[in-house]
Design a protein around this ligand. Structure first.
Ligand SMILES: Cc1ncc(COP(=O)(O)O)c(C=O)c1O
Length: 374
């Protein structure tokens, strides 16, 4: 079986986790602080706040952007359901905008079509790591509308020469094993304002005014306070220790994937019936997933997936569409033709740090055979 993904984890991560356990700090402690600092330095942002997942990070980032009950937040339906769910956690309504036929991302035109007086924020997803046109989108938003980036998949992708995470007040990353950098579960909010970061650190731990590290370091007796409602969205030191090792591997991970994407392109570019992913004019993708679109509407994508599975290829459907799921089925939305084409006709091919050219050739051959039968 050629798997869809294989996290790049090894002895170094195992040792880091062991050391964290032996240190006695198994919940949020000094390693989380160290990971936050390293992440912020890597991106070149003022601060980073570690959380238990990108989902909880999105909730906090939207909250920090002022999203509350009664507000509308524009986001794609074509995304993992956590994107829309995070909006609902704030009591707000996700308003779905359509995506681009090439990139799977929101566009200035699709966002402009659904903006209303109630729009409080745009939650911009860089789908499967493909950078959206952040500058053009920010340019059309009135000052009252915040831009929050769902960069769950986009660690190591760039926009206009700078890493994703540097372009708006808050961008949220995921460390789920399907992403390039993993801590098992986990997430990080990249921020430009250290005061907002300090506030989010309080909110992620029950609204508690003092962190455990600060309390342990204090030479005098201190009492914490709870001035507002918070949540338990903490990352553990065991996860942060693994994350520090993983972060060091990120440049090699991105470089490997970009070479592998070149190989898939060479193997499949003769197929007029496939749309292959490629960098947009304004940035570079990390190829978090190698997601292709079947352009022939007569081909049944699900049959192709079954045929690939029969051939021991771990391909998967592309991105889901939230408005087609029961949770969001009753919600009013604009027509979303490109979203529906993408969700019904896309699939993800195997890609991971040490997939070999021979394995990629096997995948490409299996895909071509499956397309004939599909
Ligand atoms: C675009 C997007 N947003 C949010 C999430 C949620 O990430 P997490 O699993 O870290 O909560 C994902 C996960 O796949 C995602 O792809």
């Amino acid at each position: 079986m050629i798997p869809i993904i294989r996290p790049w984890l090894g002895q170094q991560e195992a040792q880091a986790a062991y050391d964290a356990v032996m240190s006695g700090w198994v919940a949020q402690g000094p390693k989380v602080l160290e990971f936050e600092r390293a992440f912020a330095d890597h991106l070149g942002v003022a601060a980073a706040v570690a959380v238990s997942s990108a989902t909880t990070g999105l909730h906090l980032a939207l909250y920090a952007a002022g999203v509350r009950a009664g507000d509308e937040v524009v986001c794609p339906s074509l995304s993992f359901i956590a994107t829309a769910n995070a909006v609902q956690y704030c009591g707000a309504t996700p308003v779905f905008a359509d995506v681009d036929a090439r990139s799977q991302n929101l566009t200035p035109a699709s966002i402009a079509a659904v903006l209303t007086a109630k729009t409080r924020a745009v939650l911009l997803v860089h789908q499967v790591g493909m950078p959206a046109d952040i500058g053009a989108i920010r340019g059309l938003l009135p000052p009252s509308v915040a831009l929050v980036e769902d960069a769950a998949c986009a660690i190591g992708s760039t926009y206009r020469g700078a890493l994703i995470g540097r372009h708006s007040p808050q961008a949220v990353f995921s460390f789920h094993p399907r992403k390039l950098v993993t801590t098992g579960e986990g997430g990080m909010i990249a921020l430009q304002d250290p005061d907002v970061a300090a506030h989010l650190r309080i909110l992620r731990q029950h609204g508690m005014s003092l962190s455990d590290v600060a309390r342990h370091q204090s030479q005098t007796f201190v009492l914490e306070q709870y001035e507002e409602l918070g949540w338990n969205y903490r990352m553990t030191d065991i996860q942060a220790a693994i994350g520090l090792v993983q972060l060091g591997k990120l440049p090699a991970m991105v470089a490997a994937r970009r070479l592998q994407a070149d190989s898939y392109r060479q193997l499949l570019c003769h197929r007029q019936d496939l749309l292959l992913p490629e960098d947009p004019p304004w940035g570079t993708t990390n190829y978090q997933s190698y997601c292709i679109k079947l352009l022939n509407p007569r081909v049944d994508r699900n049959k192709v997936l079954q045929r690939l599975m029969d051939r021991q290829i771990g391909a998967k459907r592309g991105i889901m569409a939230a408005h087609l799921e029961k949770t969001y089925a009753k919600q009013r939305h604009a027509s979303l033709p490109e979203t529906e084409i993408w969700t019904h006709r896309s699939l993800v091919l195997p890609m991971f740090h040490d997939i070999t050219l021979a394995q990629q050739q096997t995948v490409a051959t299996a895909l071509e055979q499956s397309l004939i039968e599909g």
